[in-house]
Design a protein around this ligand. Structure first.
Ligand SMILES: [Zn+2]
Length: 121
């Protein structure tokens, strides 16, 4: 029964580099010239199944909304603003949510700053 030759080196156990000036031991068969797949114990039984991987907890998708009364009011003002584009509104509301999460509420300065942007001129 003939042994199947290594698919990488064709059975000679050595492979040439791109320029063909030197040869190196075949990384697939380690110089034996035989197919690595034929070796006993080739199958890695410790291989982790994909199902073992649990995706990291991700923040729930979808738009985040302010939770404070001031933030909700401000977000409503931003949404109702006729002069702001959708991108700007989304950015401002995200800013409100972010501000709330860091400050616990909307500061007067912040309310002023955002309201300024919702008003033309
Ligand atoms: Zn080989």
């Amino acid at each position: 029964m003939e042994v199947e030759p290594c698919r990488l080196c064709g059975g000679d156990g050595r492979i040439g580099n791109a320029l063909g000036h030197s040869t190196a031991t075949c990384p697939s068969c380690h110089g034996s010239g035989r197919r690595a797949e034929m070796s006993p114990g080739f199958h890695d039984v410790t291989k982790t199944k994909p199902s073992h991987y649990r995706p990291a907890a991700v923040a729930p998708a979808g738009p985040k909304v302010p939770v404070t009364a001031e933030g909700t009011q401000l977000a409503a003002e931003v949404s109702a603003c006729a002069t702001l584009g959708t991108d700007a509104k989304t950015r401002l509301i995200a800013e409100i949510v972010n501000h709330e999460s860091t400050h616990g509420r909307c500061t007067k300065t912040f309310l002023k700053k955002v309201r300024k942007q919702t008003r033309p001129g």
